[in-house]
Design a protein around this ligand. Structure first.
Ligand code: HEC
Length: 194
């Protein structure tokens, strides 16, 4: 019964379907919504923090507590963040994503920090360099994924340091090329036995 109905449906819907397909942007086109700043704050930074914190040490009243993933669920949780970070590198490369919607940069008061317009100009002047920086972040995040799949805390720690270096290298190029080196992100101080 329902088969028969389906067979006759397209016959009168066809003109409408064709009209719908021929109007507007092709659905395959990216439509960046967030600024690079927002992608950093909403996707890149939280994912990186989770990867860094997965293998880390913390000073508490009871002494130094060393963190590392132990259960399958904990390894899977950090894997999700490492994969997010690897893919976030692609988000940065989407054409038309602006540096800032507000033109306000974090730490804008710090001497040597570029304005949002200057960061934008620098990125647009050499998209290949920006892509290379983003892909360094992706490569480091892939190393984190591999370390996680091997359930190897030391390798995850080493990948975390590479991630840190990739953040820093891009920020030094585009964000604070003339500034004193800010102490950000916090240096890793983990000492974890394999
Ligand atoms: C390919 C270049 C690139 C890489 C790699 C990169 N960033 Fe950024 N990041 C930027 C640019 C450009 C800005 C703009 C400066 C600003 O918005 O203050 C920025 C800004 C930020 C900000 C400030 C956002 C705000 O609200 O102003 C944070 C936080 C940040 N990045 C975190 C990170 C972390 C953590 C990493 C590494 C895991 C990272 N970024 C890697 C390019 C990059």
């Amino acid at each position: 019964m329902s088969d028969m109905k389906l067979r006759y449906l397209p016959y009168y819907l066809l003109p409408f379907l064709l009209a719908a397909c021929s109007s507007g942007e092709p659905p395959t086109q990216f439509r960046p919504d967030a600024s690079i700043q927002e992608v950093m704050a909403s996707v890149v930074d939280p994912a990186a923090d989770a990867v860094w914190e997965a293998v880390s040490s913390e000073t508490t009243a009871q002494g130094i507590v060393e963190h590392q993933p132990r259960t399958d669920a904990e390894w899977l949780a950090v894997r999700h963040h490492a994969v997010t970070l690897a893919e976030a590198a692609n988000l940065l490369l989407i054409k038309g994503r602006v540096v800032s919607h507000t033109n306000q940069l974090e730490d804008a008061h710090v001497p040597g920090i570029l304005s949002a317009a200057d960061v934008q100009k620098k990125i647009d002047a050499d998209r290949k360099l920006f892509a290379a920086r983003a892909q360094e972040l992706q490569a480091a995040a892939r190393e984190a994924v591999a370390a996680i799949d091997a359930k190897h805390p030391q390798r995850l720690l080493a990948a975390g340091e590479k991630i840190d270096a990739a953040c820093e290298r891009c920020h030094i190029t585009y964000w604070y090329p003339n500034a004193e080196q800010p102490k950000w992100p916090a240096p890793l101080t983990a000492a974890v036995k394999p």
